[in-house]
Every structure is written in C-alpha cells, then in structure tokens.
Design a protein around this ligand. Structure first.
Ligand SMILES: Cc1cc2nc3c(=O)[nH]c(=O)nc-3n(C[C@H](O)[C@H](O)[C@H](O)COP(=O)(O)OP(=O)(O)OC[C@H]3O[C@@H](n4cnc5c(N)ncnc54)[C@H](O)[C@@H]3O)c2cc1C
Length: 545
C-alpha cells in the first residue's frame, strides 16, 4: 500500500463535491484531493453525451456512468422495484440529470431552522445560492446572483407545446410565471436550467473546469472509496481502489463526504459509523453508533399522465422523424438552438391541490417526449406530465446488504405509507388533466395513454397511483442534519459528523426534510456552505496559532 497526503479529501465529484473542491483549492497553500469513482467528463466521446442537455438518455443505460440503484417499493410490496439511477461520473448526478435549476420554497429552509438547525433559514442560505449563480434571465436581483460560475437560463427554443401548457395553466387558474426562484413559487412557466450556449452545465463544468489549472487540486477519477479510516475518534484518511490497486490517502485536516444520498450513508456504515445493531449484524466494528444513518429517506414520489401529441412537436425517434431530427442536429451544430438544446423537461409548474394551503403541494414537470423512464428514447410522439408531491409524509430507509463495498445497499422506498401522499397525487392528476384539456392545448393533446381516459374515479386513480408510483430522482435525508438533542441527527448544523472529528457530510443526504423542488441546486448550496464552514474554522485556527 502506498500513501498520499492532502490537507482535505473530498469524496465524490457531484453537485456538492465540485463546489467544495473549487472553494477549498482557491487558497494555493491548501492541498485538496477530489476522489471520484466515475470517469472524468472531459474524455471524448463521453464529452458530447455530457454536453447535450438530454445526453443522459445515452449515459444512464451505460452501467459505467450509473450506480443503477433501485428501490424496493415498500415493506408490503417487496417484489415491485422502482429504478433509482445515480450518476457515477465526474459531475455526479448533475452530469446526468434534467438540468432544472430549482431552489425549493423559502419556507422549506425556514423549517430546517425551526427543527433546530440554527443558521439554515432561507435568509441564511440565500447568499450561498446567489454566490455561484449567473442568472441569464431578466429576474429580480434581490433573489438572484450574477457573475458566479453556474449559468441559469431557460432553453433557447422552447417547444410550441410548452407555451400552450403555460396558456392552459392560465386558463385553468394558474398564473404564468417566469421565475420559480423568486418571491413566489406558484404557477406554470418555463423551468430555469443550467445551460451555457445550449449545452449542459454540470457542477463539474461550472466549478472544476475553471479550477483545472490549480496545482494544489488533484482529481482522482476512477477511484472507488471503500472506507473512511478513523483513528482515536478522528477521520485520518480513506482506503481507495484505483486502477486495480488499493491505496490509503491521508487527510491532514479534514475529510468531506459528498458521495450523495445513497453512497454517503453506505460509506459511513462500511466505515463503522451507523446504527450499531445493523453494523453488528454484518460484522462491522462499531466506530460510532449513529442510529440515524440511512434513515429518514425521502424523495419526490411521482406518477405520470401520458398523452398522445397530435401535432408532432415532441421528441421521438423513428424513420418518419429522422429527416426532421437531422435538420435539427444541423441547426444545433450551427446555432446551439432547437430541439437538441432542450432538456426535454423544459416546462412545468407548482400548484396547490386543495383550498386552504399556504404554499404549493404539487410540482408538475412536463416532458416533451413520451419518456416513461429517465433513459428511454421515445419512438412515438407524446408528452408526459410528471406529477410529484412536494413534501411527502412517508419515509423510507437504506440498509446494508453486506460489509462489502461492492454490494449495493438495500433501499426501501415506502413512498405511499401515508394516505395523505396518495390523496395528494390523485388531486394532482385531476388538476393536471384540466390543464391538458384546456382550449390552449386542443391543437396538441390527443388521447390520454396513461392512466387513460377511462380511469376517472377516486378508487381507480388511487389504484393507478399505488401501482405506478415512482420517483423524479430526488432522494435526500439519509444523513440528516440536526441539533444535539435529536438522536437521529447524523451531522450538526455545521455538517460535522457527530462523535467523529475531522469528518463532515455535505450533499443532498443532510437535508432534514426534502425541499419543494429539484435537488441539485440545494446540493450545490450545501456544498457552498460546507466550504464556508471549513474556511471559517481554518481562519479561526490560524488566528489562534
Ligand atoms: C435522472 C436524474 C434526473 C434528475 N433531474 C434533476 C433536475 O433536473 N434538477 C435537479 O435539480 N435535480 C435533478 N436530479 C437530482 C439531482 O441531480 C441530485 O439530487 C443532486 O445532483 C445530488 O447531488 P449530490 O452532491 O448530493 O450527489 P451526486 O451528484 O450524486 O454526487 C455524488 C458523487 O459521489 C460519487 N461517489 C459515490 N460513492 C463514491 C465512492 N465510494 N467513491 C468515490 N466516489 C463516489 C458518485 O459517483 C457521484 O459522482 C436528477 C437526478 C437524476 C438521477
């Protein structure tokens, strides 16, 4: 075994990890290693697949770039499986996601603070979002940053159906909005996306590319971290396998675990940090008994309403569509506009599914193609409205299958444990159907393919929801942040792992409760804050020395 030493080791080059590596390595005197199991995004021809906003349809079917996890639907229905794709690539999920940029509702963060997480109210986190934003839209400056590394725009050539859906929303009582990240979240509109010049802007593109020339930042890709080594209560390094060789890398200062909602708790448990009973069951020596590791699993449970597109505007690959697609490809090469600059999920909205709510409880994402799975290339023209609950009440869990780092953990979703979640989805379907059947949508919306025009009663809709519920790929919460009084908290409000010195978790797994919106922007914000905590403590240490 050979040994390398860095001041900081960041595990995982995903949405959060790339931000952290960038911020920590801004000081040339600090040596930073960013360790990633997947390949680098700059390698050709991978490059092209990462650059196309919908390139994930080519990446996700390839097991090299996808951890390919899956949920067991529920304890009551263990045979049904729900796909849980996760990016295994430099850029992490931000290199394979839908590129939608959404912070969530301001009140979500105020709730984090109310749960005892001092310093995480919306007022506190807003500067961290703004710090790396570069808004390309004409939006209210109070809520938006400019001049940061991460472009936020809308797709350059929205589909005609997108405009009709916004009009249909207005017709059915939902205001049209240009900005879901401003003072109000309600309404229908084009989603903001992370794009530059019609190309995907992953976290790697935004935060690693500008830091590429830094000699103090080392990116170790293709390196699977097997465990975090703890000596006398302090995280001192990692054991990693790279190019077939097992190696120890030491951290003189700190280790930041940013391996995502599935892999961060998995790696903690493999390192002896987790629920003692579970570690014992798999013969892992207990380093810290933290019962919250792997618990509190939340996602955005979703169901689809799939509709035939009678106009031929949506994305579909067939002999008939080939000439049009070829022309579009040429257009993209020459102008970076057109269908190939679309993220497919270009339009959507937030709505209140019943009276008396003080904020939206349902998000709708319209896919401009009949995509019923993240990786699918549609053959027939159509669109899908993905209806998801903003803040589900059901909770799932993550457990070990074995002590081997090569065995994927066991995920139990339990998405619809709580009847309120089922009812919300049923109401969401009803409302989205109204929008689809609006006058504005008449030229485009044909037959409803799923659940189908005949499925109208509450019981039938509930059956549809229960048998098809899936996710919009936003798992969070498995290393939840919380105050010392919360026995299920894994990290404190400075993201330090309880009971272990020199170790933080900073990624989507630390969310105590899921936010109403897509989760990449919040993960980047969490990365921004983790780096600020580390740099702040470093300053204090230096002053004290
Ligand atoms: C198909 C899909 C579509 C999505 N669409 C959107 C969207 O449009 N908008 C949005 O905001 N969110 C979307 N999301 C969710 C969002 O991208 C994620 O929530 C977010 O990127 C998570 O960031 P993270 O930093 O927590 O983890 P990740 O980005 O997953 O990063 C974790 C990184 O750690 C690496 N890693 C893990 N284990 C190890 C190990 N043992 N050793 C070394 N490296 C390791 C992984 O390979 C990965 O690169 C989508 C996700 C998917 C999968």
């Amino acid at each position: 075994m050979s040994e390398l030493t860095f001041d900081y080791i960041v595990i995982g080059a995903g949405s959060a990890g790339c931000v952290i590596a960038n911020r920590l390595s801004a000081d040339p005197s600090v040596r930073v290693a960013l360790v990633e199991a997947g390949e680098s995004y700059t390698r050709f021809p991978l490059n092209l697949k990462v650059k196309l906003p919908f390139g994930n349809i080519f990446l996700l079917p390839d097991a090299r770039y996808n951890w390919n996890d899956e949920f067991i639907a529920s304890d009551a229905n263990p045979d049904r499986r729900i796909p849980c794709p996760r990016g295994r690539i430099v850029g992490g999920c931000s290199a394979v996601n839908g590129t939608v940029y959404m912070r969530g509702h301001a009140s979500d963060y105020d709730e984090w603070q109310a749960q005892g997480n001092e310093g995480w109210s919306y007022e506190d986190v807003l500067p961290a979002f703004k710090a790396h934003e570069n808004w390309k839209l004409d939006v209210n400056g109070e809520f938006h940053g400019r001049g940061g590394e991460l472009n936020v725009a809308t797709v350059p050539s929205p589909n005609a159906i997108s405009a009709a859906l916004i009009d249909g929303g207005r017709e059915t009582g939902h205001e049209a909005t240009r900005d879901f990240n401003g003072p109000s979240q309600d309404g229908f509109g084009l989603f903001s996306v992370n794009q530059r010049n019609g190309m995907r802007m992953s976290s790697a593109e935004a935060f690693l590319r500008p830091a590429k020339g830094r000699r103090n930042l080392t990116l170790l890709d293709g390196a699977l971290v097997e465990r975090i080594n703890v000596e006398n209560g302090r995280a001192t390094g990692i054991t990693v396998v790279r190019q077939g060789k097992r190696q120890t890398i030491r951290a003189a200062q700190e280790i930041v675990l940013s391996a995502g909602t599935i892999n961060s708790p998995h790696l903690l448990m493999l390192s002896g940090i987790g629920p003692a009973s579970e570690l014992n069951r798999h013969g892992i020596e207990v380093v810290a008994d933290l019962p919250g590791v792997g618990r509190n699993l939340q996602d955005h449970p979703a169901v689809g309403v799939a509709v035939e597109d009678t106009s031929g505007h949506t994305l579909a690959l067939s002999w008939k569509t080939l000439p049009k697609l070829t022309a579009q490809a040429l257009r993209y090469i020459l102008t970076r506009k057109g269908v190939f600059a679309s993220n497919v999920a270009e339009v959507g909205g937030f709505l209140r599914s019943r009276p008396g709510l003080n904020r939206p409880d349902v998000q709708v994402t319209f896919l401009m193609g009949l995509k019923t799975a993240a990786a699918l290339i549609p053959r027939q023209h159509g669109f899908v409205a993905l209806v998801n609950i903003c803040r589900p009440e059901s909770r799932g869990r993550l457990e070990l299958r074995s002590a081997s780092p090569l065995d994927r953990p066991k995920l139990t979703a339990n998405f619809l444990d709580n009847q309120n979640d089922v009812d919300t989805l049923v109401r969401g379907i009803r409302e989205v159907r109204r929008v689809i059947r609006s006058t504005a949508m008449k030229p485009y919306a044909g037959k409803e393919l799923l659940p189908g025009d005949q499925v109208t009663g509450d019981a039938d809709l509930e059956a549809y929801v229960r048998s098809t519920v899936a996710t919009v790929y936003h798992p969070v919460g498995t290393c939840k942040m919380g105050p010392a009084s919360d026995p299920m908290a894994v990290v404190d409000p400075q993201l330090r792992v309880r009971g272990i010195a020199g170790l933080r978790v900073a990624d989507a797994s630390i969310m105590p409760s899921i936010v109403a919106g897509n989760t990449s922007a919040p993960a980047m914000m969490i990365g921004e804050r983790a780096a600020a905590f580390i740099l702040g403590e470093r300053k204090i240490d230096r002053r004290a020395a």
